[in-house]
Each structure stands twice: as C-alpha cells, then as structure tokens.
Design a protein around this ligand. Structure first.
Ligand SMILES: *Cc1c(COP(=O)(O)O)cnc(C)c1O
Length: 383
C-alpha cells in the first residue's frame, strides 16, 4: 500500500536502531557478545525486519519469548543463534532442534526430555541454564548462604546429558533501576554459582545477566554478553539513566496518522462518547484515525497531545476504537490529509506516564493492524 493511502502507520527508523546498537555495544568490553532482544515482535517494531538488521549489524544472538517467535524469525530467513527465554513444551522439542534454537532450561526434568528429543533427531540442542538469583520468575533457585548442593548436582547432571550442549549460564535482575544493593546481591549470587560450578569442572562459553539498565548503569554485570532490549529501541529504562551511554539513544519508532477530516464545531458542542468534553469556544477539530483498537490507550482521552505541523495539539473527548478528535483551532492551516504524529520519543514517554505504565507496554500495544514502514538512509525524512 502507498504510504499516502495508509490511515495510520508506524515508521521504524533502522538508522536509529543502528545508532543504538553501536552505542550500546561500545559500552561493553571488547570481545563481549551482544544479544538483541526481539521478543514480542521486537517490542512492537517487527521481529523479522529488526532481527535481520541486527544480524546484519553483527549481533551475536537474538532472543525471543517463545518458540513460535523463533519460528517466525527462521521463516523470515534469520540464521543467527536464537535464544528462547521462555519455557517450551517438551512436545515441541523436535521443533527447537529443527529450527536450531537455543533453549533456556531451569530444571533437570525438562533437560532430560530435551536431551531425548535431540538424540532422537540425531542432533545437538544448545541450552542456556537459567539461575534465579532474586527475580522469582524462572530458573534454578540459588540460595544465598544456603545449601545449594542439590542445585549444583542437578546442573551438573543437566550439563552432562547427551544431545545437549550447555553453552550459557544466565540470570535476570529484578530491580536494576531501583536498588543497587539488591542488584549487587543478585550479581554476587550469580558469581557464587558460577564459581561453585567451575569448582566442579563445569564451565560455560557464555555468561550473561545485564538487560538495558545494567548495560547502561552497571559495567560489572556485562560478563561476556550483554542483553539489551528497550535501549536498543531508543528508550532509557529510567530517566536518571539518560545520557549514560554518551551519544544518547534515538527512539526507533514514530506512530503517525493521516488526518481524516477537519471540522468546524461551535462553542458548547459535546465531543465523543459520554460527552466528556464540551467545547469552550468555536473550534476546529481534526478527526485522527487512530484509537484504542490500534493500541492507543483509551485512558489518554482528554489528556494526550499529538504533534501536528510541529505544534502539540490536545486530544479532545474520549478516544474511540478507531478514531479520536484533536483540537486544531489554533492551527488554521491544518487540513484533511495532513500528518499527526501520535508517538515520537517524547510523546510516548509522556503518554506512558499519564497512563501509569512504561514505554515498553505502549510499544508492545501498537496493534498488528498498524503497518510498519521501515526507513533508512537518504530520503527517510520525506515520509
Ligand atoms: C526482556 C528481557 C530483557 C531485556 O530487558 P530490557 O529492560 O528491555 O533491556 C533481558 N533479559 C530477559 C531475560 C528479558 O526477559
């Protein structure tokens, strides 16, 4: 479809992705591997195109939440190692082997089933062993100061299983943008586990624990692979982290919408469902074809702003499923067909705060019906 025919679209700036990639990579020590998070459709940016770009840039590994996401990447032609972070039903183990996906494992039983499936296929399945050091999500639970002998035995047995290649050991921080003490506690547990395993002769090729916050804020967590997600897409997980990277991250996505109509409406008129807004003056309202069916949160009704002709204009009345109204009274030149910027870096951060969530969620919510348009190189600003 021609861009001019799209009601609403998400512009994905692959140059910004490239900039962020290089910026984050430069923060890690030389030789450190780079795993790019492309779960949840690459945080809404499109799994395959983003995965391909990261592959081209030299990312060593990509990570997804589940095997179907890995399948999509492989079908899209991506050949880089892919780590599946979530659990995969053992019945799907042959698929993991087929797709050559590296699976996260956090218990011996699952490891045994995967080992059998790999052997049956006559192949080797790579695994990364997950440790729970304080997130209480997935992983072998490491107890600080407690007896971890059972855990060490299980991991040793897991690593010895035929058909499996235990390539990595990792953990995930629960409060990296909150408590430094808690994060360092988690790191200590991870390092203790690493050491205890090494003392039993069990070593891994790759050790990793740092997501975006840790990449930016805690170089001591980088190990030999970093694992950023949101920073790759141009956002700081917390405001105080802004600038820690030096050059500054660049937001990759902008959501834009083409104004469907501009209407003159007299003072005193009610706007949209529930009549939550009443116009105080004779107004011009732009009808913008984006709504909560596109992932634009209804809680932003009467609160959000969009950028039209470089000016911030307020959303008036309730956001509908497919449309909403924006006050353009002060911009007499605005007409149907003009572009409204719904999300850019600043608007998205503001909107997330207004809704009481994080930018991650609003990015993931950008609905499948919004086409992703990829831009890079010269001429991209013409859109
Ligand atoms: C999502 C995720 C990341 C990336 O987190 P960001 O905060 O987006 O950088 C890293 N590791 C794991 C295990 C994750 O689930």
């Amino acid at each position: 479809m021609e861009l001019t025919h799209m009601r609403t679209w998400a512009e994905i700036d692959l140059d910004a992705l490239e900039h962020n990639y290089h910026t984050l990579r430069a923060m890690a020590p030389a030789g450190c591997r780079f795993l790019g998070l492309v779960k949840a459709n690459a945080y809404g940016h499109g799994g395959v195109p983003v995965g391909k770009k990261l592959e081209e840039l030299g990312a060593d590994m990509l990570a997804v939440a589940c095997v179907s996401e890995a399948e999509e990447l492989r079908q899209g032609g991506i050949t880089r190692p892919i780590l599946c972070l979530g659990q995969t039903p053992v019945e799907l183990a042959p698929l993991l082997v087929d797709l050559d996906v590296t699976q996260t494992v956090e218990d011996l039983e699952t490891g045994k089933a995967l080992s059998q499936a790999a052997q049956a296929a006559g192949k080797t399945l790579k695994i990364h062993v997950k440790l729970d050091t304080g997130m209480s999500r997935l992983g072998f639970l490491w107890r600080a100061g407690g007896d971890n002998s059972r855990l060490l035995e299980d991991i040793a047995a897991l690593c010895a299983l035929p058909g499996l290649e235990a390539e990595g050991l990792f953990t995930h921080f629960a409060d990296a943008d909150g408590s430094e003490a808690y994060t360092m506690d988690q790191l200590t547990r991870f390092l203790d586990a690493k050491k205890a395993l090494e003392e039993r002769g069990i070593g891994f090729t790759i050790y990793h624990c740092g997501a975006s916050t840790a990449v930016l804020h805690y170089p001591c967590t980088h190990m030999n692979m970093i694992r950023p997600g949101i920073a790759l897409y141009g956002y700081y997980p917390a405001p105080e982290l802004a600038g820690l990277d030096g050059p500054g991250l660049e937001p990759v996505m902008e959501v834009k919408s083409r104004i469907a109509a501009v209407r003159k409406v007299p003072a005193g008129t009610c706007v949209s469902y529930g009549r939550t807004a009443v116009l105080k003056r004779d107004s011009r309202l732009a009808v913008v074809p984006i709504g909560y069916g596109d992932g634009y949160p209804r809680q932003l009704s009467n609160r959000a702003f969009m950028e039209i002709h470089g000016t911030l204009c307020p959303v008036v009345g309730r956001i509908c499923m497919d449309m909403c109204m924006v006050d353009v009274t002060d911009l007499p030149e605005v007409k149907a067909g003009d572009v409204a910027v719904v999300y850019n870096g600043a608007l998205l951060e503001q909107d997330a705060e207004m809704v009481g969530t994080i930018v991650y969620e609003l990015l993931c919510d950008v609905a499948p019906r919004i086409p992703r348009v990829y831009v890079q190189g010269q001429g991209k600003k013409k859109l």
